[in-house]
Design a protein around this ligand. Structure first.
Ligand SMILES: [Zn+2]
Length: 133
């Protein structure tokens, strides 16, 4: 019996679930499937600039698992982009959980992952922020 996969914790989902190179028909190309949690590992490290320790904490997984997901994600994305394949975002085992934060300085509201400390407003950099829910 295989061990049940621990749920990854995501604080938001990607804005789309499919990319395809233009001017080619879908039936003429291969599709690479990446899971939202693999993509989140890559986003947290490569786009948001978290180190792997922080990213693992945010996703509620071990550092080793984070590293595996990150490595898989990078391979899949570069394979799709470089080799002209479609990229489908689906599968995985995850839950979406986040905190809604409010800036008392400028009124901005945003979603913040669990596991992050020192929170600043992304719009005005104020530290005068509160958690709404
Ligand atoms: Zn603000």
């Amino acid at each position: 019996m295989s061990r049940p996969r621990k749920l990854r914790r995501l604080y938001e989902l990607p804005k789309t679930d499919y990319f395809k190179p233009r001017r080619v028909r879908l039936r003429d190309i291969e599709t690479v499937t990446i899971s939202p949690d693999e993509l989140m590992a890559m986003k947290l490290v490569d786009l948001d600039g978290h180190d792997q320790e922080e990213a693992a904490k945010i996703m509620n997984i071990s550092r080793k698992t984070l590293w595996t997901e990150l490595t898989n994600a990078r391979k899949k994305v570069v394979d799709a982009v470089f080799n002209g394949k479609a990229l489908e975002i689906s599968g995985g085992a995850f839950e979406v959980k986040y905190r809604v934060m409010h800036c008392r300085n400028c009124g901005y509201e945003w979603k913040e992952p669990f596991g992050t400390s020192a929170v600043e407003c992304p719009k005005c950099d104020s530290k005068n922020v509160v958690r709404l829910r």
